[in-house]
Write a protein that binds this ligand. Structure first.
Ligand SMILES: [Zn+2]
Ligand SMILES: [Zn+2]
Length: 121
C-alpha cells in the first residue's frame, strides 16, 4: 500500500466522490503536492504527534492520519482555505478516524448497474 495513505485521510473525497473517475487523480495530485506535505508535517508537529480526540479523553495515543474536518469533495478540492488550513485539520489515530467516517461508508451503496444510490440511515 502507498505509504501516503497511512498519514493522510484516505476518505479525502468521501466514498461517493471516490467512485467518480476524475476524483482519484486529483486526490493523488493533492497528496503529492509540496504544499500539502509541508502543511501536514507542520500540523503534526504542532499537535505533538498525538491523536487529538484520544488526548481530549486523557488517552495518550500516537496519531495516524491527518483528517480534514470539512471533508473534501469536488467543489472544494482546489480551495486552500479548506485543504491547507490548520483549522480544518485534525490528527487522529486509526480508531478515531474509522469512527469519523463510519457513517459515510454506509450512506452510499453501489447498485448492480454501477450507479450510486444514497441510502438514508
Ligand atoms: Zn484516537
Ligand atoms: Zn478523514
Amino acid at each position: 500500500m502507498n505509504k501516503d495513505r497511512h498519514i493522510a485521510c484516505p476518505f479525502f473525497i468521501g466514498d461517493y466522490m471516490s467512485l467518480r473517475s476524475e476524483a482519484p487523480a486529483q486526490q493523488r495530485a493533492f497528496y503529492h503536492s509540496k504544499a500539502w506535505q509541508h502543511c501536514r508535517a507542520e500540523y503534526i508537529s504542532k499537535v505533538g504527534g498525538l491523536c487529538e480526540r484520544c488526548k481530549m479523553k486523557g488517552i495518550i495515543k500516537p496519531g495516524y492520519i491527518v483528517h480534514h474536518r470539512e471533508w473534501i469533495d469536488m467543489d472544494n478540492i482546489n480551495d486552500p482555505s479548506v485543504l491547507l488550513n490548520h483549522d480544518n485539520l485534525e490528527y487522529l489515530c486509526q480508531d478515531c478516524h474509522n469512527r469519523e467516517h463510519h457513517g459515510a461508508q454506509r450512506r452510499y451503496i453501489v447498485m448492480a448497474d454501477g450507479s450510486v444510490a444514497c441510502r438514508e440511515t
